[in-house]
Structures are given as C-alpha cells and as structure tokens.
Design a protein around this ligand. Structure first.
Ligand SMILES: Cc1ncc(COP(=O)(O)O)c(C=O)c1O
Length: 379
C-alpha cells in the first residue's frame, strides 16, 4: 500500500517561490513513503552501528542486474558499473572528462535545467536542439540535427531518455538513427535514464544499453534508484560504461573528483527496493496514471484550449496554458492566484514558455485541487 507523506516537498519552497503557502507540485520527487520492507532493512543497518567505508556486495549487483533484466530487458555486465552520488554529478563529471572548454555539448530542449548547466556552468559552449511539437508530442528533424552537430563541431550529446519534462519515450528506431549520426561524427553519448521506470502501460522503453554493441565505444548510461523509489537524498546512482578503455579513462578521472562515492544507506535502500519494491512501484504507476487522466479531464472540461502533452513516461505532466494567459505571467497565475508551486516551462528552455510542469506523484486530491485552482485563476 502507498503511504502518502504529503507536503514533504515544502522544503526549499520558500527559497524558490517566496512562500510556504503553496500546494507543492514542483520538484521531481514524490509524496510517497518507501515500503516498510525497505525501511526495515535500513533500520537493521542502523542497528549494526558501524558506518565505515562500504562496498557493493554480490547480492547488491544481483538485485540490480535482475531489475535491469526483468524490467528493461538489459543485461548489464557487473564490470561496467561505477557508483556515484547522483546522476547530475555523473554527467557533470563526464562532461569535464570528455570535453575541453572549446567543445560544444549538445542537448534537446525542453529538458531538465541541469542539462543546460552541465555545459554552461562547466564553461562549455552549448548547442541546443529545440524539439518540435507535433500531434501533441515532440519530435525533431534528423537532418537539422546532423547539420547542427557539424556546424558546432559537437563533442558530447547529453540525452534525457525518457525526456523530462515532456514525458517522451525515445523509440528504438529514433535512438538508432540518432546514435548512428552521433557515432558518424565521433560524438560521445551520455544517456540519462533516471526516469526509465516510469513507463505507462502499453508503452515500451528502450534503454541505450539494449541497442547494438557498435555504440559501446561512445556510450555512458546513467541510472539510479533515486526517482523510482523516492530516495534521492540517499545520494546513490550508477554509471554504466560498457567500453573497457572508457572505463579506464573514467576510473583515472574519478580519482580526482569522486574517489569514494558510496553511501551505505544508498546501497542498503537501493538493494531492498530492487528486491522488494516492484509491487510498490506498480501501485505507484497506477496512481500516476489516475492523476494524469484526472488532470486532463478536469482541464479539458473547463479550459479546452489548454493542452496537456501526451506523455508515455515520467510522473510529470507538461501543460500549455498560453492560450489563457492574456499577458499575465505564470508567476501571477500559478503562485499568486492559484497558490500552487509548479515548474515554469521556460526553466526548461525557451520553447517551454507558457507551459508548466506539474508533478503527479501525489495523492489524487492534490491533483484535483490543483486543477480547480488553475481553472479558477485562468477563468
Ligand atoms: C532527468 C533527470 N536527471 C537527473 C535528475 C537528478 O538526479 P540526481 O538526484 O541523481 O542527481 C533528475 C531529477 O529530477 C532528472 O529529472
């Protein structure tokens, strides 16, 4: 059973939105408590009382490998796995390792804002490919994509798969066509698959690790338990590097930035989640699905021109309210009038203007309440 710890996401809200009095549907973590079976394992580890340096056990790797195999049909070789304290840290490190300050880093937008920071805050020029909205989902033009790679002499492509915030799953064919172009131009590919477990029923997620081995010399895949099981603050994540020379290069680099990146509670919780929380996740996906339909239904009835983008993954709804803004800012509508904290679309890139990202990983009452408040603020 899912237990809701509502309003956990209040922390940090005042700093971000200037108020603590908003319905919190912003940062991408969830209102759900991890299963008791996982907490029991953590309590056991606390009772042990010794928290010195630790290592991943065989049983950890078995649980991780089994999850990847059964949920994603991916066989991960144990030697390929490296640990880190978070996926964002990992892509920052990789960009530092793989590029110099004159090398362009490319990404699609709209995208999770740290993707922009990963280039810009590391002093690298950025090459942004704006996705195009087609039939209420997102696509891009492969020819323009290749031209831009050549024009900017791109060295690294940082890919979000599934794509936060638009909820797009990249099909096998799209990934292959994209990767073929990238490999042709010797571009290294970092794939952030942190949202891989939030897949709608009937949809198929393809991990970059499920594609041909010909991509391995270019490929770095990042995944984690942090989103899936709501344990981001346990700072634990994986880098999967299938090529031996790339692993050796990373290991040498990691000595300078992440010498010992293992958290004992991250390991204990992640293993317990992989072993015991499959049913918990399935119940959670049902709640997200319910909330997504609820939001769409309520908005469609009252604000028919507001579009909730068709998503196939993630627990985030991406909705365009621009037809109703009439010159008002999102801040005025969402924070001042509706009193909800949501992410503003332009935080995810310029094409996000007029959109908001609404976190669906909460109890349905909160989604119904948010929809009512938005409707009344915009009507
Ligand atoms: C696409 C994506 N990558 C990474 C993260 C954060 O990962 P971590 O906390 O492991 O750095 C998020 C969090 O929302 C995300 O949406």
């Amino acid at each position: 059973m899912l237990i809701v710890r509502a309003r956990i996401r209040l922390s940090g809200m005042e700093a971000k939105f200037g108020s603590n009095d908003l319905l919190p549907l912003w940062v991408a973590d969830m209102d759900f408590r991890v299963p008791d079976s996982v907490l029991e394992k953590m309590h056991e580890r606390v009772d042990h009382g010794v928290f010195g340096y630790t290592f991943a056990s065989d049983s950890y790797f078995e649980a991780y490998e089994n999850w990847q195999k059964t949920r994603h049909n991916v066989t991960v070789n144990r030697d390929w796995i490296r640990f880190n304290s978070g996926v964002v840290n990992s892509f920052n490190y990789l960009i530092q390792m793989l590029t110099t300050t004159s090398d362009h880093v490319m990404n699609f937008a709209p995208v999770y804002p740290p993707f922009f920071d990963a280039a810009l805050k590391n002093g690298r020029p950025i090459s942004v490919v704006e996705l195009e909205q087609v039939d209420n989902t997102y696509e891009f033009d492969f020819t323009k994509f290749e031209e831009q790679i050549v024009r900017d002499n791109v060295k690294v492509f940082l890919h979000c798969s599934p794509q936060n915030p638009v909820g797009k799953i990249w099909t096998k064919e799209e990934l292959e066509q994209m990767f073929d172009i990238l490999v042709k131009h010797q571009v290294k590919i970092i794939v952030d698959e942190i949202h891989q477990d939030f897949i709608r029923k009937g949809e198929n997620f393809t991990s970059a690790l499920a594609l041909s081995e010909k991509y391995y010399p270019f490929l770095y895949v990042l995944n984690s338990t942090s989103k899936t099981f709501n344990i981001a603050a346990l700072v634990h994540s994986h880098l999967v590097i299938p090529n031996a020379a790339n692993r050796a290069e990373y290991d040498e680099f990691a000595e300078t930035v992440a010498h010992y990146p293992l958290s004992v509670f991250g390991l204990v919780a992640a293993e317990a989640c992989y072993r015991d929380a499959g049913d918990w996740l399935d119940s959670l996906l049902d709640v997200i699905e319910y909330n997504y339909e609820l939001l769409k239904e309520k908005l469609a009835a009252a604000l028919p021109l507001a579009k909730v983008v068709d998503k196939s993954a993630t627990y985030l709804a991406w909705a365009d309210f621009s037809p109703y803004l009439n010159g008002r800012s999102l801040e005025e509508v969402m924070e001042k009038d509706a009193k909800i904290a949501v992410n503003h679309g332009d935080w995810f890139g310029q094409s996000g203007a007029g959109f908001v990202r609404i976190n669906l990983a909460t109890k349905p009452e909160n989604i119904a309440e948010a929809a009512e408040r938005i409707i009344s603020a915009l009507s």
